[in-house]
Design a binder for this molecule. Structure first.
Ligand SMILES: O=C(O)CCC(=O)C(=O)O
Ligand SMILES: [Fe+2]
Length: 221
């Protein structure tokens, strides 16, 4: 729908080598199903939590993980920085969605997507420039957005500073970054409140990143 109303159509755009933004990749029904699943994952045990960084800060986006639990800065099988419960499993349908998204963006998929990080942003939440560097695999990271539009800043592999590109990620948009951009700095400087599709029924923004751990079944080695 959004596409028809757009003065300038939103095209698939390269954000860097191996990095692409694909607008409207998830159909509205698929967005609703993913949102419903996120609501279930958000509940305890091992539900949505505040993330504290070693420096004493608190991330403004709240997070829940599937498959492997991410904490600053590593992965565990239990919520080591929260209620201690086992991390919820990565559902096969979500692993499969990750593989399809990576392929749609032109990346080969060798190993199953076995991690999901679900970030919830309220109107004031942001995410500073960082690299997704705690995985052992160099498989492309898949990012899906739901609800309010977020400004996504995609930079370079050397520094948090410029050059970077800002792109608006709307509900249903896909970003995939792999290859030479796998370790590029990126962040979310702001969320645009009230921009979610009304039919979704979500106040705020959800971002789901799907990743390949490269860890063995029993440990991170
Ligand atoms: O919210 C986003 O679009 C990005 C999230 C992100 O960079 C992360 O979870 O590592
Ligand atoms: Fe990230």
């Amino acid at each position: 729908m959004a596409v028809l109303n757009e003065l300038f159509p939103r095209n698939r755009t390269a954000l860097g080598p191996g990095a692409v933004h694909v607008p409207d990749w998830l159909a509205p029904e698929a967005q609703l199903r993913l949102l419903q699943a996120c609501r279930e994952w958000a509940g305890p045990p091992a539900g949505l939590r505040l993330v504290r960084t070693p420096g004493g800060g608190v991330m403004t986006a709240r997070q829940v993980c599937l498959g492997w639990h991410w904490y600053p800065y590593g992965y565990a099988r239990t919520v080591v920085d929260g209620d201690g419960a086992p991390v919820k499993p990565m559902p096969p349908w979500l692993a499969e969605l990750g593989g399809r998204a990576a392929e749609a963006a032109g990346h080969d998929v060798d190993d199953p997507y076995d991690i999901a990080l679900v970030n919830f942003y309220d109107a004031d939440a942001r995410m500073g420039m960082h690299r997704d560097s705690d995985e052992k695999s160099d498989a492309a990271v898949v990012s899906l957005s739901l609800g309010d539009t977020g400004v996504f800043r995609f930079g370079n592999t050397r520094t948090r500073a410029k050059p970077y590109t800002d792109v608006e990620l709307r509900s249903g948009d896909l970003v995939v970054f792999g290859g030479a951009s796998r370790l590029a700095y990126h962040g979310v400087p702001r969320v645009l409140p009230g921009t979610a599709p009304p039919e979704l029924g979500l106040t705020g923004r959800l971002n789901i990143t799907l990743r390949v751990s490269g860890f063995s079944e029993h440990g991170r080695g």
